[in-house]
Each structure stands twice: as structure tokens, then as C-alpha cells.
Design a protein around this ligand. Sequence first.
Ligand SMILES: Cc1cc2nc3c(=O)[nH]c(=O)nc-3n(C[C@H](O)[C@H](O)[C@H](O)COP(=O)(O)O)c2cc1C
Length: 204
Amino acid sequence: MKIDPANFNRKDLHGLFVSAVIPRPIAFVSTLGRDGVFNLAAFSFYNLFCLKPAIVALGIMSKRDGQEKDTLRNIEFSKDFVINVVPETLAEVVNQASAEYASDVDEFKEVGLTPVKAHLVKAPMVAESPVNMECKLVQILEFGESPTGSHVVMGEVLLVHVRDDLWTGDHIDLLRYKAVGRLGEDLYCRISDQFEMKPYKRII
Ligand SMILES: Cc1cc2nc3c(=O)[nH]c(=O)nc-3n(C[C@H](O)[C@H](O)[C@H](O)COP(=O)(O)O)c2cc1C
């Protein structure tokens, strides 16, 4: 079967691509709004694109009514954000915080999470998350139009906070950190089913 995405509406495009591009990491993004209100939302159109500078990007679609999401508005205002990782223990509350709340609602208070002052950025960090990355805005690219278009927010990671017991000396202990990933529909995945493959060393 060949599918031409040009003929698909938003719902069908979403169904196609979020089941084709899997598993996706989840960025639980905390931001600060113009009025001083803290905001939280999850984004799985998210990844790392460069090590130095450490560049991450988020794909932020519009709200159902076509308005910009609070995360985007806040990043445009404060020029920074924090990415908090999502272990299994936080999955439920991340989902709850990602519901559509009015812009003046402090989503930390709403879902019972603890904001912690970041070192270099204005956005708060989520205390309950074991890894937090302080990011400054680098660039925002705009593609298409609502409801299928997206703002791609690129940020540079300035500082990474890793809970002490998770740091092995050269990496974060994946099995203890237990991050969850996003699949299609309403499905998520765990990282407990892994396999190892050494890279080929081909000598021509
Ligand atoms: C696991 C998960 C992943 C999500 N990924 C995205 C995404 O990549 N892009 C997006 O626009 N919305 C995504 N959403 C929906 C937003 O989190 C949701 O629209 C949220 O209400 C936005 O909040 P805000 O207006 O406070 O920014 C995701 C939601 C969940 C639960």
C-alpha cells in the first residue's frame, strides 16, 4: 500500500505518523508564563539533534481552537524551558498535566508536582523527575498551518541535572531510570525489553 499524506486530514495523518515514528521519547516541558504562572506539558515530537552545542527540538502543534499552546507562548516570552524526563512512576501525572488547562492555571499545583528553581533559566524544574535539562531557546521554525502545522522549537541544553544514584560515571543507568516512550494511539512503552548489538567494524 502506498499512502500519499497530502490526501489525509489531521486525524488520519496523526494515526499514520505516530504509529510509523516509534517509539518516541517524551519531553515533559516546564515553562514560565508572562504572568508568572508555571506551565507543564508533554511533547513526544521531540529529540536530540546535536551533541555540542546540545540541540533538542520539540514539535508543538496548535490547540484545538487554533490558538498557540501555552508552552509555545511561554517559550516565546521567556526564551527558555526545561525538559524533565518521564519515568514510569510519573507517567500518570504527566498525562494529567498534559490536559488542556486555562493559561492562568499553575499546572504544578493542579497535579501536585514540585517546582524547583533552575540555575540558568527562568523556567522551573520538576523536582520529582530524575533528569532535568535547562534549555535556552535557539530558534523557532514554523511549518504549515493549524490544525496540521507545527512550530518546531529548537533549544540548546545549558545544564543537565541527574539524580546522583542514577549516574554510573559515564552514563545514566537506563534500567533504574525506567523512562517511558510514546507509541501510536494511546499506547506507551517501557524500556525493560532490550537487546544489545555491538557495532560492525568493517575494514575495507
Ligand atoms: C505523552 C504525550 C505526548 C504529547 N506530545 C505532543 C507533541 O509532540 N506535540 C504537541 O503539540 N502536543 C503533544 N501532546 C499534547 C500536549 O501535551 C497538550 O496539548 C497540552 O495540553 C499542551 O499544553 P500547553 O497548552 O500547556 O502547552 C502530548 C501529550 C501527551 C500526553
